[in-house]
Design a protein around this ligand. Structure first.
Ligand code: NDP
Ligand code: 2IT
Length: 450
């Protein structure tokens, strides 16, 4: 399928040629360019200033060797990345992902989406992302520490509190951020807010750990209320994943009166029709770093199924994909629809394939795309940066109230943009267009270096 605009066709052709072999990055770019058709048509300044061809090309892409020594004294080599995608509205900001599936394509899709997501938060943050193909599973704490130190030894040359501020993502939580921060401080002799998601004893923000999950539910609640006069009360909710985002999404869904009936990890899923016991999930995943299959040995009335994708065959009212990219394809989306789902909201980044998104939109269900729905994590990272700069901390209530405000605003900004560009309720269009606007204006205002 090609674009209606000759300009977008031209840009996309170049992007495909330049980034051939990077399917996730091209998928993310295509989705945004499709949404921008009406925006580009209404604003000739965008083409005149070459905004689209600039916005799809990262300002900087850094790849580096990470060598470290394992517990058997064997030398190991991994690949490290940081993409500094766009700094038009603030310092580069975005997480680090440690997972064997990480490659240039994955880092670039995440960095590209981060540009628009960060803009949607209303806070002054540009877009970046990084990570490594390092597998945290089965590693000792000492190995994790040595890896993080080696990774930061190179990364420290490229980041800084006013330059680029990383945080967590898959495989990177408080433990990893602690080791990374410690190494940065050692190398620079500087205590600054160079990372977010820090521990609460050394500059972390209250509610950052919970923020992506809580924010997802604040967004979902606002979407249900405004689009279909619905609430979460009494709804059956399926949450994929059982990591940081999934756990706090489930927690807030329950607080708002829903029943979470299933959760998963990369090997399988647990179905518990009467409701998941989240304390048990936290114990298994956060404390023991174990497998979700353990759950059924500890809680009665739950069933475990091998394979994570089967979770979408469970009948539910609301689906919250919170694991990874492309975890719902067109057929799985159709299964959700056939089972009567009324809303899908994305805690993970790009969890729905383009075919799945088409199924949601065609069937008129409420759909909260990742850039809007999961922006609460990075928004609260922004609040952590503000607190670090002030050398002050807000209470949980204060941070939570700001997070809620931000998520409610994101919903309305995306909704209003969907209306403005002629497809009311299409939040993919709305989120992409609203996120793009501020970045494009800033890029135009700052000119081009001749
Ligand atoms: P975690 O590492 O805490 O948890 C990831 C969860 O997803 C685990 O349950 C993991 O299973 C599962 N998972 C990871 N990779 C795969 C895979 N390839 N197939 C199936 N399941 C998989 O990460 P987060 O919770 O932080 O991140 C989850 C998603 O949310 C990601 O898409 C991330 O980009 C996104 N996100 C995260 C934010 C944050 O603040 N942390 C903010 C916004 C978005 P297992 O334990 O078996 O590996
Ligand atoms: O995808 C994301 O928005 C994150 N992983 C959080 C990034 C951040 O800087 O807090």
């Amino acid at each position: 399928m090609s674009f209606k605009s000759a300009y977008l066709n031209r840009v996309y052709e170049t992007v495909s040629e330049r980034n051939s072999g990077e399917p996730e990055f091209l998928q993310a770019v295509r989705e945004v360019l499709e949404s921008l058709e009406p925006v580009v048509e209404k604003n000739p300044e965008i083409e005149k200033n070459g905004v689209i061809e600039r916005i799809v090309e990262p300002e900087r892409f850094i790849q580096f060797r990470v060598s470290w020594v394992d517990d058997n004294n064997k030398v190991q080599v991994n690949r490290g990345y940081r993409v500094q995608f766009n700094s038009a509205i603030g310092p580069y900001k975005g997480g680090l992902r440690f997972h064997p599936s990480v490659n240039a394509s994955v880092i670039k899709f995440l960095g590209f989406e981060q540009v628009f997501k960060n803009s949607l938060t209303g806070l002054p943050m540009g877009g970046g992302k990084g990570g490594s193909d390092f597998d945290t599973k089965g590693k000792s704490d000492a190995e994790i520490m040595r890896f993080c130190q080696s990774f930061m030894t190179e990364l420290s040359k490229h980041i800084g509190a006013d330059t680029d501020v990383p945080a967590g993502d898959i495989g990177v939580g408080a433990r990893e951020v602690g080791y990374l921060f410690g190494q940065y401080k050692r190398l620079r002799n500087e205590f600054t807010g160079v990372l977010t998601g820090k521990g609460l004893t050394y500059g972390g923000s209250l509610i950052r750990k919970e923020a992506t999950g809580y924010g997802l539910l604040y967004f979902t609640d606002e979407m249900l209320k405004n689009m279909k006069n619905e609430t979460l009360k009494g709804k059956k909710v399926v949450v994929s994943g059982s990591g940081n985002v999934a756990i706090y999404a489930a927690e807030k869904a329950m607080e708002l009166g829903a029943t979470v009936i299933a959760m998963s990890d990369s090997t399988g899923y647990v179905h518990s029709p009467n409701g998941i016991n989240l304390d048990v999930v936290k114990q298994i995943k956060e404390v023991e770093r174990g497998r979700i299959s353990e759950y059924v040995k500890r809680v009665e009335g739950a069933e475990y199924f091998e394979g994570c994708r089967g979770i979408w065959s469970i009948k539910c009212d609301i689906a919250l994909p919170c694991a990874t990219q492309n975890e719902i394809n067109g057929e799985e989306a159709q299964m959700l629809i056939d089972n009567g789902v009324i809303a899908v909201a994305e805690g993970a980044n790009m969890p729905s394939t383009p075919e799945a998104i088409e199924v949601y939109l065609k069937n008129g269900i409420m759909y909260g795309p990742a850039k809007a729905a999961n922006a609460g994590g990075v928004a609260t990272s922004g609040l952590e940066m503000s607190q670090n700069s002030m050398r002050y901390s807000w209470t949980s209530e204060e941070v939570d109230a700001k997070l809620k405000d931000i998520m409610v605003n994101i919903f309305h900004n995306a909704y209003n943009a969907s209306k403005q560009y002629g497809d009311e309720g299409n939040l993919v269009l709305g989120a992409n267009a609203a996120g793009f606007d501020k970045v494009a204006q800033s890029m135009i205002a700052q000119g081009i270096a001749y």
